[in-house]
Ligand binder design. Structure first.
Ligand SMILES: [Cu+2]
Length: 224
């Protein structure tokens, strides 16, 4: 039956025109996602890498502080997460979920601080300078975390499968930078053009992940 066809076509045309209009309207704000796979020197997937995109030739969007501070927990006698990445200016709150006191100290250069934390949390700390801070606990030597501050809103940390996804990155030219806590080398830098379809990026480091110091298994810290 051909009688219904012209109507269908008109409908489709109208839908297409609406779609094209919507795309035109959003033209300036078209954004894609950056997806990367992080590998170690042996070619195996590597977690805990900070991947961030710095625009080239276009200014950074204005910073707006998040409504709530980013949290780093002390839970089960560990810092969670191990690696946190924030944009410069972001407040970070330390929250102790353990029934024990922790004595937290950070080593710069990005932000240095030291405090004891039990049931009440100290005020959030504003990470106002780009760079890395290593965070340790003086009472529990295995506890360690990294808070990595970057001057861009587009960042992510790789999972154990090595995968990273940074969503809503406006189309354009970027430097994709990659930092990992187990190397003192400066971040890797790759040029990247973000478009509607940005191919998977491979980020390969020149080191192997270090074995992390684990907490004692037979201690009374495990639960009470
Ligand atoms: Cu502790």
């Amino acid at each position: 039956m051909r009688t219904g066809r012209p109507g269908m076509n008109r409908l489709n045309m109208r839908a297409l025109a609406l779609l094209a209009g919507a795309l035109l309207l959003s033209g300036a704000a078209q954004a894609g996602a950056i997806v990367a796979k992080v590998l170690d020197k042996a070619g195996k997937p590597m977690g805990d890498a900070v991947i961030y995109a710095v625009p080239v030739g276009t200014p950074l969007p204005a910073f707006t502080a998040p409504a709530q501070p980013v949290q780093v927990l002390q839970e089960d006698m560990e810092f969670k997460p191990y690696v946190t990445v924030v944009r410069t200016g972001t407040p970070v709150a330390f929250v102790n979920k353990d029934p024990h006191e922790h004595h937290i100290k950070s080593f710069g250069p990005a932000k240095e601080f030291e405090f004891k934390i039990s049931t009440s949390s100290p005020p959030p700390i504003v990470f106002d300078r780009a760079g890395n801070s290593v965070v340790v606990c003086y009472l529990h030597g295995w506890m360690r975390a990294h808070i990595h501050t970057v001057d861009t809103p587009w960042f992510a940390v790789s999972g154990a499968d090595g995968l990273v996804r940074i969503a809503n990155v406006p189309n354009g030219d970027y430097e994709l930078r990659a930092w990992h806590p187990d190397t003192l080398a400066p971040p890797l830098v790759m040029k990247l053009k973000v478009s509607d379809v940005t191919p998977l990026q491979e980020v390969k480091f020149d080191h192997l992940p270090r074995k992390r110091r684990s907490k004692p298994s037979q201690s009374g810290y495990q639960g009470e």
